[in-house]
Design a protein around this ligand. Structure first.
Ligand SMILES: Cc1cc2nc3c(=O)[nH]c(=O)nc-3n(C[C@H](O)[C@H](O)[C@H](O)COP(=O)(O)O)c2cc1C
Length: 183
């Protein structure tokens, strides 16, 4: 065991699934990447995400009080890198990437068709000091072949973990994907 720089300390526990957060916007809807997230409670179901207040995602959530957590698999990593590499302040990322949306009924926020699971969340609290947004999950969807009570690992399909920088891990497979600044 050897000392590592403190600015790398959080990367050792940065192993939960990375999320694509979907929000409704004043001008257009948005998706962004969020690696810092955690479950908070089972009943009622609650989660926390950490979002920079300068991001369009924060502004959209502040305005509409709702967001979707989209759990990507391997095939969505390029989109993840694009949504996390460009701000929705001046770019319509949905239109630019022509991403397919998941629209079961009228969802209050955009969600992704290719996601392995989608959680629709309503804000409980937004803390500008810590950047933590806590929310209740009011609706949840998952692809039954890959999530049935738990992630099944069928066909080697798993959520993606962000290991830091351009490094991702999915079902034991290491992926190098730099942030995409355009689609
Ligand atoms: C893999 C990955 C993980 C990220 N995780 C976070 C995070 O946990 N919190 C955060 O505020 N930004 C995170 N970002 C950065 C935002 O996704 C990025 O700043 C994005 O452009 C914000 O978009 P928006 O302005 O449309 O909200 C991450 C980016 C990537 C590529």
């Amino acid at each position: 065991m050897q000392k590592i720089p403190l600015d790398l300390a959080t990367r050792t526990i940065n192993c939960g699934p990375v999320l694509i957060i979907g929000t409704k916007g004043k001008n257009y809807d948005d998706f962004s990447a969020v690696a810092w997230n955690m479950p908070l409670n089972k009943e009622p179901s609650k989660v926390a995400i950490c979002v920079g207040p300068s991001h369009q995602t924060w502004t959209n959530i502040e305005q509409y009080g709702k967001f979707s957590c989209n759990i990507p698999g391997l095939d969505l990593i390029p989109h993840l890198a694009y949504f996390g590499g460009v701000s929705g302040k001046d770019t319509d990322k949905l239109k630019e990437s022509s991403v397919e949306l998941f629209k079961p009924d009228e969802l209050p926020v955009p969600a992704l068709k290719k996601a392995l699971a989608v959680l629709i969340c309503e804000v409980i609290e937004m803390d500008k000091e810590t950047h933590i947004i806590t929310a209740e999950v009011t609706l949840a969807f998952a692809k039954g072949e890959y999530f049935s009570d738990h992630w099944t690992g069928k066909e080697g399909v798993f959520p993606v973990n962000h290991l830091g920088g351009p490094n991702y891990q999915c079902g034991g497979k290491l992926v190098n994907q730099s942030k995409l600044k355009s689609w």
